[in-house]
Design a protein around this ligand. Sequence first.
Ligand code: TYM
Length: 331
Amino acid sequence: MDGKKVILSGIQPSGALTLGSYIGAIKNWVELSEEYECYYCIVDLHAITVRQDPATLRRNTLTQLAQYIAAGLDPNKNVLFVQSHVPAHTQLAWALNCFTMFGELGRMTQFKEKSVKNPENINAGLFTYPVLMAADILVYQADLVPVGDDQKQHLEITRDIAQRFNAAHGDTFKIPEPFIPKIGARIMDLQEPENKMSKSEISAGRVCVGDRPEDIMRAFKRAVTDSGSEIRFDPEAKPGISNLMQIYAVCANKTLAEVESEFSGSGYGAFKTAVGEAVVETLRPIREESERLLGDRAYLEKICADGAARAARTADKTVRRVYKKLGFVAV
Ligand code: TYM
């Protein structure tokens, strides 16, 4: 794939794909996919750090693949694959575990939050989660990682691990940069605009890519707004309206200033309806096409197999290189 810069990113199939992940990640994946050599995966190995029902996980994985394609990721131009199909991720993760410090993993916000939410299952996988994520990225020698704001800390530790390995064994890994969108990097729950819209918590303020139009409209009409009546971008003073403005700006392809002037003088009710309609129209083709694709399981399985083979070709090279540098005997 012709000297292009490399992108890697992934989403956990631990629940339905949310509007947050669509705006924070997938939309940018599609936009970047022309310019870069792209590896986009479904990170099922990461998902099992929290207990999953196997049948649901399997269904979510295939649904997510169908949604990637339906959102505009052409499987011929991008390498679309399932993480557990490419053993190089875990092979590299073990080696990187030995270059990652206990203390730095203990400082990870996501680990701390998930430990509070799942006190009965603070497993070692949850703790070493960022190392597997570093392996996902470094095994492809990725230049750029398009993610939402909440993954910033994981990108920082990835860079630290790569630098530590390079310092010990010579230049081995490219140091990746995060790509975090200016608008929509942190979409908030429509009912609790102080909290991130989350995949794992079912809430009336969560909108998913596969939701029906009437459910999307209901969620937006009921969205919590702020006191006052002005449509103005001010995340501190007006978290609810500012969140809706970001969603509208991305879905209607406008700047925040354009959104402000378009709705100056209109009430919150009319604005919420307009945001809901823009989201419905953005998600409708994705939902319809992904439902069609899900009817053709053989096609999706073929995409998985092709994607895994293409991903492994790149990833295996890195593992061989790393294992050699570490002093493992080659066969
Ligand atoms: P995950 O599965 O929680 O989320 C997937 C992507 O969606 C973004 N995102 C959001 N963006 C804006 N607003 C929101 N409310 C919102 N919710 C989610 C996330 O920032 C992310 O980009 N650890 C990762 C998965 C992962 C990964 C990787 C990502 C594993 N290996 C390698 C990039 C590269 C995660 O849990 O994302």
